[in-house]
Design a protein around this ligand. Structure first.
Ligand code: DX5
Ligand code: ZN
Length: 216
């Protein structure tokens, strides 16, 4: 089953409770945390997760685009995160970081920037619940989808199937109704969409449109 993860990065921050309610027909809610170091933008922290966690029944998916994520994992878990995804490029001790996430009894995800090869997952894949393949360079909403990642998605899906693992493949960046079927066909099953959902007049309808467009 395909799961849609609206990113609140493109939502109206002055009205977050109302905004998240509009996408209750999606499965996930994607929260983009940026620190101004790992990426050239600053967004939100655990306080925002805590503020919205009882305003939604969607699965709370926290994407950490920050340096030294270990320092904040328990804060996000306490705030209500159900999945915490860290960037492999920010984690010199990735195995330890994944264990830290698991100790908090939340799901663990690992994100890869567009130029990061799948080989970095070699010795961590069986330990994680989700791989996030970035389809833009992280930092901002509303960027253009990078086409060459489709082959990377396909390669990872094949590897997961070959090894009989139960791991979600999430894609993030530039996903719209016109290209969602390509990423789904390549093997992604959790689809982040920011501007396509919260940039639309009716975000609930935009979620529906994305689900329908999955079929191609
Ligand atoms: C990019 C973020 C994305 C972003 C997606 O750094 O991780 O989640 O909000 O936004 P769109 O769908 O507008 O590309
Ligand atoms: Zn994201």
């Amino acid at each position: 089953m395909i799961k849609i993860a609206p990113s609140i990065l493109s939502a109206d921050f002055s009205n977050l409770a109302v905004e998240v309610d509009k996408v209750s027909n999606a499965e996930f809610l994607h929260i983009d945390v940026m620190d101004g170091h790992f990426v050239p933008n600053i967004t939100m922290g655990p306080l925002v997760v805590e503020a919205i966690q009882n305003k939604t029944d969607n699965f709370l998916d926290v994407h950490l685009m920050i340096e030294d994520p270990d320092n904040y994992i328990s804060d996000f878990a306490d705030a209500g995160a159900q999945l915490i995804t860290v960037h492999t490029e920010a984690c010199p001790h990735l195995h330890r970081t994944v264990q830290n996430i698991k100790e908090q009894k939340v799901k663990a995800g690992v994100a890869l920037n567009p130029a990061t090869p799948l080989t970095v997952l070699e010795n961590i894949l069986p330990d994680i619940d989700l791989v996030l393949l970035m389809t833009v360079n992280p930092g901002f909403g509303g960027q253009k989808f990078i086409d060459t990642i489709l082959f990377k998605i396909e390669k990872l899906r094949n590897r997961i199937e070959e090894e009989g693992l139960d791991i979600d493949i999430q894609v993030d960046g530039g996903i719209k109704p016109h290209n969602i079927s390509k990423v789904v066909e390549a093997g992604a099953n959790v689809i982040v969409a920011g501007s396509a959902v919260f940039g639309a007049e009716d975000p609930g309808q935009a979620v529906k449109d994305l689900k329908e467009a999955c079929m191609g």
